[in-house]
Design a protein around this ligand. Structure first.
Ligand SMILES: Cc1ncc(COP(=O)(O)O)c(C=O)c1O
Length: 401
């Protein structure tokens, strides 16, 4: 018999896997998941279950025997539906051949990283950013290079100069997430144009994460979508999109997303999909077709709710003098600085234990994030009000570190 200790075992796996820090969001969730009465505002999802018409379409697929291996790139019906959806929302044709179905938006990101970069390469990531870019990059031997955003006159903005100056001969891509998780800021079209112009000149890829593009709250109040690289790029240049069904249609638990990429990359993407997952369940893709074809009213209602909740949360939290934040223009997070807070993970754990509210720690979002907390506000408004009251009581009692 061989008795290996945990250190023996961990000592013989890859450094990149052993040394990768835990996501602070998952630390929080593991601390409080299932705690009675806890109000969970820690991850990026609402309280509504997936609409019935989507579940029914998936169940029908299952009953119809769609239980076999399927197209690696996604079922043709879904790729065609994605094409029509993009034509509607981005006012330009994007052929079905440009779409590749993945097992979640997260996996779309993973796929794109695997496609573009490897050991020793660098990808530039404006921060604070969702930790699920830098984690998989490091695990693939890629260095995520933080380009902290500027917070000026109460507004977050990409630091274009910093992004451009961070480019080295190892840089493969610039990763732009707008509307942003965790800040909720929306990159204006002129900044997207500058990034695209620079990337073109330097032969760099742009990884565009626009999963919250429908969750956009322009001052004129109209439902619309955020400025997008699709407004300005060609379909066959170095711009690649990672997207998901999770957010618009309350499908976070389904784990289905997509990559939109130049057609020329089809074979390369198909190979990555084959060797990672060998495709996404066909019956789930039926549900996704229903989401795209019949889900407009639901998606619009989600956006309306998020916008109302944003106003509710911002108004309520602006009463606390120790909090500072920009009113977000998109996504469904409030990212707020707490005076005197230096260890956001400790604070989040205490807020779970002592106030029964689940938040995400700002420090996990990288440079510029420590001292902040993130709250997902896509929730039942009554629950949100209760969570804010609990948080307010906690803040007035807490001795922060
Ligand atoms: C910015 C961003 N991109 C992508 C995703 C991926 O979503 P999923 O893996 O649920 O499809 C998320 C989820 O929170 C996100 O916040």
């Amino acid at each position: 018999m061989t008795h290996l200790t945990a250190d023996d075992l961990l000592g013989s796996i890859k450094d990149t896997q052993r040394n990768e820090p835990d996501s602070g969001i998952i630390v929080a969730v593991n601390r409080g998941f299932g705690k009675p009465g806890l109000i969970p505002l820690w991850t990026g999802e609402g309280h509504l279950p997936t609409p019935d018409f989507i579940c029914k379409a998936a169940a029908e697929g299952l009953r119809n025997g769609e239980t076999f291996y399927t197209w690696q790139r996604g079922i043709p019906r879904l790729r065609e539906a994605l094409s029509r959806y993009h034509e509607k929302h981005f006012s330009r044709p994007v052929p079905a051949d440009n779409f590749f179905v993945t097992g979640s938006g997260m996996q779309a990101i993973q796929t794109v990283i695997q496609l573009l970069a490897g050991q020793g390469d660098e990808i530039i990531v404006p921060t604070p950013a969702w930790p699920n870019y830098s984690g998989p990059m490091r695990m693939a031997g890629v260095t995520p290079v933080a380009a902290p955003m500027r917070f000026e006159n109460g507004h977050w903005r990409l630091d274009l100069q910093r992004i451009f100056e961070s480019v080295t001969d190892r840089t493969k891509a610039i990763c732009i997430n707008s509307p942003s998780n965790p800040i909720g800021c929306v990159v204006p079209l002129e900044d997207l144009q500058d990034v695209l112009g620079f990337a073109r000149k330097r032969g760099l890829w742009i990884i565009a994460d626009e999963v919250y593009s429908r969750f956009y709250y322009p001052d004129n109040g109209q439902l619309s979508r955020a400025p997008s690289f699709l407004d300005i790029c060609d379909l066959d240049e170095r711009v690649i999109f990672a997207n998901t069904f999770s957010k618009n249609w309350a499908m976070t638990g389904w784990r289905v997303g997509w990559v939109q990429a130049p057609v020329a990359l089809g074979g390369a993407l198909e190979r990555i999909i084959q060797y990672n997952t060998s495709g996404t369940a066909a019956f789930m893709q039926r549900g996704c077709v229903a989401a795209l074809e019949q889900g407009e009213a639901f998606a619009d209602a989600q956006v309306r709710q998020a916008r109302e909740n944003r106003d509710l949360v911002c108004e309520a939290l602006s009463a606390f003098p120790q909090l500072r934040f920009e009113v977000p223009k998109g996504a469904f997070y409030l990212f707020f600085a707490v005076e005197g807070l230096s260890n956001s993970l400790d604070a989040v754990v205490r807020i779970i234990d002592e106030a029964n509210v689940g938040l995400a720690p700002g420090g996990t979002f990288g440079e510029g994030g420590e001292g902040f907390l993130r709250m997902c506000y896509l929730r039942d408004p009554a629950q949100l009000k209760e969570a804010i009251e609990r948080l307010g009581n906690w803040l007035s009692d807490a001795r922060l570190t």
